[in-house]
Design a protein around this ligand. Structure first.
Ligand SMILES: Nc1ncnc2c1ncn2[C@@H]1O[C@H](COP(=O)(O)OP(=O)(O)OP(=O)(O)O)[C@@H](O)[C@H]1O
Ligand SMILES: [Mg+2]
Length: 93
């Protein structure tokens, strides 16, 4: 499963916008997409709750740094290196 990250320490660089646009484009080409919003402000998760999102695009919020480090092949844990934690405790949009 390909994983694409949008990361920059510079605020307002276009990370969220780019992630939403690319995810939407991929979903419209019938690829299932999961958007993981690691921003504590959850802008992508809030966007995903608005009408018009493709059915095959899911957004996950409330993801900690530890959970991202523990991310393996489609599993997102919320505990540190929790390989069994499939989206457990994460907020889904
Ligand atoms: N390619 C672009 N052209 C013009 N404006 C853009 C482009 N990409 C993003 N923007 C605008 O720039 C602003 C910042 O974008 P965005 O919120 O995606 O950045 P960010 O890197 O996620 O910011 P933050 O660090 O605050 O999370 C927004 O107003 C957005 O509409
Ligand atoms: Mg952002």
């Amino acid at each position: 499963m390909p994983t694409i990250s949008f990361a920059s320490s510079k605020g307002g660089a276009g990370k969220s916008t780019s992630a939403v646009l690319l995810a939407t484009e991929l979903a419209q080409r019938e690829t299932s997409v999961i958007l993981i919003d690691a921003d504590p402000n959850q802008p992508v998760l809030r966007w995903s709750r608005k009408p018009g999102k493709p059915e095959n695009l899911a957004a996950i919020g409330g993801v900690t740094e530890d959970a991202l480090i523990g991310f393996r092949g489609g599993e997102v844990g919320t505990g540190s290196r929790d390989k069994g934690g499939l989206v457990r405790g994460c907020e889904r949009g």
